[in-house]
Design a protein around this ligand. Structure first.
Ligand code: ATP
Ligand code: MG
Length: 200
């Protein structure tokens, strides 16, 4: 009986290996990808920075522009900002509902985008993270078509991760990988106070 189970398992694994090997053979194109992480759940920025840790493990040069934060120093800024392999930039304004100044927000967005755009043209970067960029399109602080044009012109090997709750259709169309982080439960709604190391 146990032999039979063993043989059945082996046959199943052999079939699975054939399928996986065939898929691996098919995916031979070598180029950078655009990854978009969207949705209302928690885990988008932390996923992007987890990938950055991975890239740094391979000694790849990385760049970050955080498009919304700036008021509180985040753990990712304190950690990756010190890393010699990372150029870390934070848009110079606080949360929108605190600044309440559209002209000032647009100016800050333009400045931050200029840095991001420069990075997109610099082939020495292997991975760029544009954290929370999608909200700039939602509020029309930045023209999405300009961003799409720059993303498309970037050096072929360059990987880019963008995060934000919503994703503009124009970006979705050119993204290679899109993951949706769904909100099922969040401790905040149960009254747990936001905490360093988890929230920022
Ligand atoms: P993280 O940075 O933890 O990966 P995120 O990038 O997916 O989160 P954002 O939309 O950027 O999420 O929101 C950032 C902050 O809001 C984080 O402090 C996060 O814990 C919190 N947050 C994310 N999703 C929710 C939610 N559904 N309810 C309440 N707070 C949330
Ligand atoms: Mg985030």
């Amino acid at each position: 009986m146990s032999d039979e189970i063993e043989q059945k398992h082996q046959r199943k694994m052999a079939r699975l290996k054939e399928v996986v090997d065939a898929r691996i053979d098919q995916a031979q194109e070598e180029r950078g990808v655009l990854i978009a992480l969207k949705g209302n759940g928690k885990g988008k920025s932390s996923s992007a920075f987890g990938t950055m840790a991975r890239a740094l493990g391979h000694r790849q040069k990385c760049g970050v522009v955080q498009f919304i934060k700036g008021r509180i120093e985040t753990g990712e800024q304190l950690f990756f900002g010190q890393h010699p392999g990372v150029d870390f930039h934070v848009m110079g304004t606080g949360f929108t509902w605190e600044t309440q100044n559209r002209a000032q927000d647009i100016e800050a967005a333009e400045k931050a985008w200029a840095i991001a755009d420069r990075m997109l043209q610099d082939p020495s970067y292997q991975l760029l993270v544009f954290d929370e960029i999608t909200y700039l399109f939602k509020y029309k602080y930045l023209d999405v078509n300009r961003v799409v044009a720059s993303l498309q012109k970037r050096p072929p090997h360059m990987n880019v991760i963008i995060t934000g709750r919503t994703l503009a259709r124009e970006i979705a169309e050119i993204a290679d990988t899109i993951s949706v982080v769904q909100d099922e439960k969040h401790a905040f709604r149960a009254g747990v106070k936001a905490q360093p190391g988890i929230e920022w």
